[in-house]
Design a protein around this ligand. Structure first.
Ligand code: ZN
Length: 99
């Protein structure tokens, strides 16, 4: 089974936009959960976040995603996030995830 990463990267601000919806899920559920695990198990700050993100990508590779395609997609998403962080700083918003 192949995974269409291009479809996952479509960002259209609709109710079922995968990027908008996932961003909310991660911000409101996964990041706080990861932070709790780090604290509860005395793990370094953001260790669960980093390795959890890598594990998700590993699952995608197990399911047939090409590593180079994943790396490209990740680059696109990180570019967008970097832009958003810069915008937030300009507006005086949060400089860190407020999880
Ligand atoms: Zn979107």
């Amino acid at each position: 089974m192949s995974i269409d990463i291009e479809v996952l990267l479509e960002h259209d601000h609709s109710d079922d936009c995968p990027i908008c919806r996932t961003t909310d899920v991660v911000a409101f559920t996964l990041m706080p959960a990861a932070a709790s695990w780090e604290q509860a198990y005395e793990l370094p700050h953001l260790s669960v976040a980093l390795h959890g993100a890598a594990q998700f990508l590993g699952v995608m590779m197990q399911e047939g995603a090409d590593r180079a395609d994943l790396e490209n997609a990740l680059g696109v998403l990180l570019d967008d996030i970097e832009e958003q962080i810069a915008e937030d700083r300009t507006l005086g918003g949060p400089t860190q995830g407020n999880a």
